[in-house]
Design a protein around this ligand. Structure first.
Ligand code: GLA
Length: 376
């Protein structure tokens, strides 16, 4: 009896303590999934809404319908304390600023680069808007990260569905592209992102998400001590503007080798500019497969990445320079976070040997990725 009372008291103290640290939310007590919403600012009279899904374990994801952006991802650490493992801003103005380096957003129509924003499809030349040293990055000047998505809540309270129609000619891309992205939290602490799209004209499609992870939840200023594994024996070699040369060198014996877990910082200095490359995933087939992991020993948080995609852009926040004021006034310095952007290869529309990215009328583009969290 005495023991029970002690345990009860102890759990009460822990709960209060966690509340004071603002690391636990009321929804945590819920044994089911919940989804809540609140206004997150306005763009030209349109209200932007922030949706928060909570799973029975208390894990939470918050998403705004501007850019389909993941603003917060609260995941337990070894000590059971929830911590926010993605970089971002506290308010909409942060996300709207020009310097926002694609924090947490959906990326498309074509994630990564298309050389000179040009490609030829069915004999016709297309010119996209240019936004990266004369090339097209992440879908052009106004990509899917900078538009307002239509949000709806499918049954079950564990998902948020976002839809957007990118009109024929948007950023220079052919075809009306109807896009649907469903974010789902699972009860085993995974954030799943399911992408689908259909078109009325042949067009390249390469959708992804641009979360910057720091599994220490801000306790470590950089991710250089995180240990990463990438299931890839090759990567797409790039020129000085990060455009693929078409070559797929072996990672073996180079700083690009993450086939066994290695600290991100171990050999980063030997890679000019830091890691910002597409790894060619070693896959068994086209089904969902685990292809990457990341581990932060300080918090115990472990992330596993599963995808149906053939490539992964592993980017180590090289362009962050401490000038952005992020959540709770954090200054995000270089390497404050890393991205694992599951994708088809950059510039595939101009590289016939790369896996196909052209979607035709009557076909359905489908892609599935999930980031699963646990502790070690
Ligand atoms: C991608 C690119 C990087 C950089 C970031 C956004 O990951 O590969 O070069 O442009 O997006 O800052």
């Amino acid at each position: 009896m005495k023991k029970q009372v002690l345990l009860w008291l102890l759990s009460g103290v822990l709960f209060l303590n966690a509340c004071q640290n603002n690391t636990i939310h009321n929804e945590t007590a819920s044994m089911t999934f919940t989804i809540s919403e609140k206004p997150f600012g306005q763009i030209n009279g349109d209200t932007i809404t922030q949706y928060t899904i909570t799973n029975p374990q208390g894990m939470q994801v918050s998403i705004i319908n501007y850019g389909g952006t993941v603003t917060n991802l609260l995941v337990p650490g070894r000590d059971h304390e929830l911590g926010d493992v993605v970089l971002g801003f506290d308010s909409l103005s942060g996300y709207l600023q020009k310097a926002n380096p694609y924090f947490g957003c959906l990326v498309g129509r074509y994630g990564n680069r298309i050389a000179k924003g040009k490609f030829i499809l069915d004999g016709q030349a297309y010119q996209l808007t240019l936004n990266d040293h004369g090339n097209t990055l992440h879908g052009g000047v106004q990509g899917l990260d900078k538009v307002i998505w239509q949000a709806s809540k499918p049954a079950g309270d564990s998902s948020l569905k976002l839809t957007y129609t990118s009109k024929d000619g948007d950023q220079g891309f052919p075809g009306n592209l109807v896009i649907e992205v469903v974010y789902t939290l699972s009860s085993d602490n995974a954030l799943q992102i399911a992408y689908s799209a259909t078109t009325d004209k042949a067009t390249p499609v390469n959708l992804t998400n641009h979360c910057y992870f720091n599994l220490s939840a801000g306790k470590q200023n950089t991710i250089l001590d995180h240990e990463v594994m990438l299931q890839a024996e090759k990567f797409t070699a790039v020129d000085s503007l990060l455009i693929p040369t078409g070559q797929l060198p072996d990672v073996k014996g180079t700083p690009m080798d993450f086939t066994t877990p290695k600290k991100i910082g171990a050999e980063l200095a030997a890679v000019k500019g830091g890691y910002d490359h597409n790894w060619v995933l070693k896959r068994k087939g086209k089904d969902l497969e685990k292809i990457a992991t990341a581990y932060d020993a300080s918090s115990g948080r472990f992330m596993e990445v599963f995808t149906t995609e053939p490539g992964l852009q592993f980017y180590t926040g090289n362009f962050l320079d401490g000038t952005l004021k992020g959540k709770q006034q954090q200054k995000y310095q270089q390497h404050a976070g890393f991205c694992m952007e599951t994708q088809h290869f950059p510039d595939a529309p101009n590289q016939p040997s790369f896996p196909n990215t052209i979607v035709k009328p009557g076909e359905s583009y489908r892609s599935l990725t999930y980031y699963r969290f646990s502790v070690k």
